[in-house]
Design a binder for this molecule. Structure first.
Ligand code: GLA
Length: 459
């Protein structure tokens, strides 16, 4: 049966006992939690300041914590023995561990809060971490770890959430802080984790961060299916992810340059979202026309981009592209820009569809979003495309990849009255026939019905 899995997270009392054993201490630790999230629509738009529409899930990361000695050492243990014990020194500069080491997420949180509060006395802490969010699945287990560690560290600094720092501020601080691990992500994950709601999805806008709660569908369930292709944000996938923000920054520079040429005065664009939300306040149609004029051809070579901007190719690389490989024929900037425009329009329409309880329209928007992610943004893979196709044939009103892409999960809008048949069909066609019964790393299977959860907080 396709159901919401029961919450297998360690209850606070168990985590506290395990903490006392792990750190041989008699004191009562604090406990906090941060949920994962699934994004309904609005993919790879957040770093451009364009809206997203995610919802929290009930799987979470829990951390038992206590401030420690004055030697400034942070000691970390995990209930899952596959995470090695880790220790680092809290200081004004904390060097990152090699990519992929889990303590980097804690270091990111600590570094971000040290900077925000101008911390001079670097307290140490002991942390015991447990979690039920599937990892490398596009469900934001990493940001949940960052947020949970930040909540723990706030207490160790003797600061109070909602008093010394608001949730909105903390979400913005941690979005920036997570760049420490090497991803150039936007602020969706930290925002939904800190500001989500168990009764609603959230439309989130950025710069400044704003959250609007939008009702969840009633007669349709949101089902997450894991493609079982790992989407680890290290190595090659990190590079692939970061190509998105990099190309968008170049698109932004070229669009600003185009406007300058047309209006004869300089136009400041920090990010693509400024076309709609900055001083310009362009409509979707005006942005579409601007992109047509800026990118008359499908691709732009490095040389052409440099020529258009009046810079040298080296300057274009240094400012925007870094070590991004130039594809034969150039960078597909027109399609990337089109995804940003159409995905923005779809988020607006999806919010309206949810408010109107119009699951049919929402499903169509989700399907269109997948096509745009796959063709224009190129963040899908054969397994995700197959899983989406099978889900639609099995009766989903809408199905799309969710999160960073390149593997991970799909999100599906499924009429509640066909949930079981849907689950059986996807199991048969994808997990059994297509993947050949590859074992799932998740004890409760690779599919689940989403149950939204309260935002991150203390237990
Ligand atoms: C990751 C990032 C987010 C967002 C999504 C794609 O989850 O952390 O900021 O860019 O990918 O929508």
């Amino acid at each position: 049966m396709l159901t919401t899995p029961t919450n297998r997270a360690a209850p606070a009392a168990v985590l506290k006992d395990r903490f006392r054993e792990a750190f041989a201490c008699a004191d009562e630790p604090g406990v906090c939690r941060a949920p994962g999230r699934v994004n309904l629509i609005g993919e790879h738009t957040d770093y451009n300041g364009l809206p997203v529409l995610p919802v929290t899930i009930h799987q979470d990361i829990r951390v038992a914590f206590a401030p420690t000695r004055d030697d400034g050492r942070v000691q970390m243990r995990n209930l899952d023995p596959s995470f090695p014990d880790a220790t680092f020194l809290n200081d004004s500069a904390i060097p990152p561990s090699p990519a992929g080491h889990w303590e980097n997420y804690t270091k990111a949180a600590v570094t971000g809060l040290n900077r925000h509060f101008g911390v001079r006395e670097f307290v140490g802490m002991d942390l015991l971490v447990g979690g039920t969010i599937p990892m490398s699945a596009g469900l934001s287990s990493s940001s949940a770890l960052v947020v949970a560690c930040a909540l723990a560290y706030l207490r160790c600094l003797d600061k109070r959430l909602d008093h010394d720092i608001s949730r909105i501020e903390l979400a913005a601080v941690l979005a920036e802080a997570e760049h420490y691990v090497g991803t150039r992500g936007g602020g969706m994950d930290q925002a939904i984790i800190l500001l989500g709601d168990e009764r609603a999805a959230c439309r989130i806008d950025f710069f400044p961060l704003r959250v609007e709660h939008v009702p969840l569908p009633q007669d349709h369930a949101i089902v997450v299916s894991n493609s079982l292709v790992k989407a680890e944000k290290t190595g090659e996938t990190l590079h692939l992810y970061n190509a998105g923000p990099r190309l968008c920054q170049l698109i932004c520079a070229m669009a600003a340059h185009q406007l300058c040429r047309e209006y004869g005065e300089s136009v400041e664009l920090t990010r693509l979202g400024d076309l709609w939300f900055g001083n310009l306040c362009l409509t979707h149609a005006e942005v579409a026309e601007l992109f047509d004029r800026t990118f008359p051809a499908a691709s732009v070579t490095l040389k052409e981009a440099a020529g258009a901007l009046g810079l040298s190719p080296t300057q274009v690389r240094d400012r925007w592209l870094g070590d991004l490989r130039e594809p034969d024929g150039g960078f597909p900037l027109r399609a990337r820009a089109r995804h940003q425009l159409t995905e923005h329009q779809r988020v607006d329409a999806a919010r309206d569809a949810l408010l109107a309880e119009d699951a049919g329209s929402l499903g169509t928007l989700m399907n269109d979003s997948h096509e745009s992610c796959a063709c224009d943004y190129q963040i899908s893979c054969p397994e995700l495309d197959m899983l989406v196709k099978i889900a639609r044939e099995a009766g989903a009103a809408g199905a799309r990849l969710t999160g960073a892409g390149f593997g991970g999960c799909t999100v599906n809008l499924v009429p509640r009255d066909i949930l079981d048949a849907f689950g059986r069909e996807v199991h048969r066609c994808y997990y059994r026939d297509y993947l050949g019964n590859r074992p799932s790393p998740h004890p409760q299977g690779p599919m689940f019905v989403v149950q939204a959860s309260p935002a991150a907080g203390y237990l």
